[in-house]
Design a protein around this ligand. Structure first.
Ligand SMILES: Cc1cc2nc3c(=O)[nH]c(=O)nc-3n(C[C@H](O)[C@H](O)[C@H](O)COP(=O)(O)OP(=O)(O)OC[C@H]3O[C@@H](n4cnc5c(N)ncnc54)[C@H](O)[C@@H]3O)c2cc1C
Length: 400
């Protein structure tokens, strides 16, 4: 049985104090527009550079890559403080939270030394290139391919990726490509790192349902990526050729598990929801709203506590593996319930536009948050797929 110590050490408390002081002094006010718009993205990038300069961009990374060598516990603390003050969304998330853990695990020294500091500094911005028009849930059915070019010493890419978050604002993509034309499904795939500004790559941005322009389709028509880590600036292979699926599953673990959606995000949103409830005088005419608010708060706390046991296991060297699908189902459905409760509290007001102190239009955070929460059960692998994974790989149930 795992014993979880719920007290923070004096060093951890000091770390929290330092993070809190810095964040409170530096968080932009008024908040930026969405980082999934061109204008908002540029502002968010400035923020990322500020975080990097003060070594808050990737706290758990080694100091030589711009981090603080913080423990996983300290990282959790930083996340709590980050969301508590309502700091900007992390537009570098696909690099820092998804790709970087995979580079630490599978990258060569040369790749780590080249990519990681640039990622932390917000110089290189990474898009995730997995989904295709006919391969989303069934990722192993992807059709994009990398054809061997022996003479040039690398791979020529062909095909199309879609739904790449902020792809139109990024300069690199990590993606899965079929390198063995004879192979099927999970075999014969390779995890490639691809610059987006090279010949043979076309990036076409397009809008989301909520009006932000943060998605892109990426087309490959003979773009060249060199072998291995020959020349990281020009991209290359992460992990072994043909073992892309195994490498991708490491990224997936980060995306569904802890790093993309740490509990601080939800405990902070739940605290704001309770605040809204109090401001609204308790919305007494509908006791169901009070239950919804309390349930959202309890669920956020439950996720935070569950995470502590997860981190205890990780610190002991145990990877959560397929259990990260449990996290993903929980946080994504909690996010929807939490935002639904906020809309019930606000009633018709939820749909009104909001104005800042200087008369400028600002985003209606609850409505925007609700709209985005609806995509949670879809991205990072749909929740139907996560339930299949939990059934088969966590509970050991038969496929049929
Ligand atoms: C906000 C957002 C950001 C995203 N960002 C990225 C990104 O940066 N990079 C990227 O590569 N992709 C990204 N995606 C794409 C996302 O990964 C896919 O949408 C997702 O994997 C589902 O694929 P699909 O849309 O093709 O749906 P489909 O796979 O066609 O699924 C349609 C429906 O069928 C269900 N279904 C399919 N197969 C099964 C099954 N075996 N059992 C039960 N139900 C099943 C699904 O659950 C879903 O409800 C993003 C998506 C969203 C919404």
């Amino acid at each position: 049985m795992q014993i979880v110590d719920l007290t923070w050490s004096s060093e951890e408390q000091a770390f929290r104090d330092e993070a809190r002081t810095w964040l409170e002094a530096n968080v932009p006010n008024p908040a930026y527009p969405s980082g999934d718009t061109k204008e908002g993205f540029a502002l968010h990038l400035e923020w990322e550079k500020k975080l990097f300069e003060s070594r808050w961009a990737a706290v758990s990374w080694p100091t030589e890559y711009g981090g603080r060598g913080a423990s996983l516990w300290e990282w959790l603390i930083f996340e709590e403080e980050y969301y508590r003050v309502g700091a900007p969304q992390r537009v570098t998330q696909n690099g820092i939270f998804l790709l970087a853990p995979t580079i630490f695990e599978f990258g060569t020294q040369k790749q780590q030394d080249y990519y990681l500091p640039r990622m932390a500094a917000g110089i290189d911005l990474w898009a995730q290139g997995w989904s295709e028009p006919n391969a989303g849930s069934d990722l192993a059915g992807l059709a994009s391919k990398a054809v061997r070019d022996d003479e040039a010493g690398g791979w020529r890419l062909y095909g199309q990726k879609t739904w790449t978050t902020r792809g139109a604002f990024c300069n690199y993509l990590f993606g899965l490509f079929r390198t063995d034309p004879e192979s099927e499904r999970h075999k014969g795939l390779t995890y490639l790192l691809v610059p987006l500004d090279i010949e043979g790559v076309t990036v076409r941005g397009f809008g989301r349902l909520d009006g932000d322009e943060g998605f892109a389709e990426v087309f490959f028509d003979g773009a060249f990526v060199p072998d291995g880590d020959l020349d990281p600036v020009n991209g290359g292979v992460l992990g072994e050729v043909g073992n892309g699926w195994g490498v991708a599953m490491a990224t997936t673990g980060s995306e569904r598990g802890l790093t993309l959606r740490s509990p601080g995000r939800f405990t902070a949103a739940a605290a704001r929801l309770v605040q809204l409830y109090r401001e609204r005088g308790g919305a007494s005419e509908d006791p169901g709203i009070r239950d919804a608010v309390i349930s959202a708060w309890i669920d956020a706390e439950a996720y935070a506590l569950y995470t502590l046991s997860d981190v205890t296991g990780m610190v002991d060297g145990n990877s959560p593996g397929a259990r990260s699908s449990l996290n993903k189902i929980f946080w994504s459905e909690l996010d929807v319930r939490l935002h639904e409760a906020s809309l019930r509290l606000l009633g018709g007001e939820a749909e009104l536009e909001e104005w800042g102190p200087a008369g400028e239009q600002v985003e209606n955070q609850w409505l925007k948050g609700y709209q985005f929460s609806l995509s949670g059960p879809i991205y990072a692998g749909t929740n139907e797929i996560q339930r299949n994974i939990v059934a088969e790989r966590v509970l050991g149930l038969p496929r049929k």
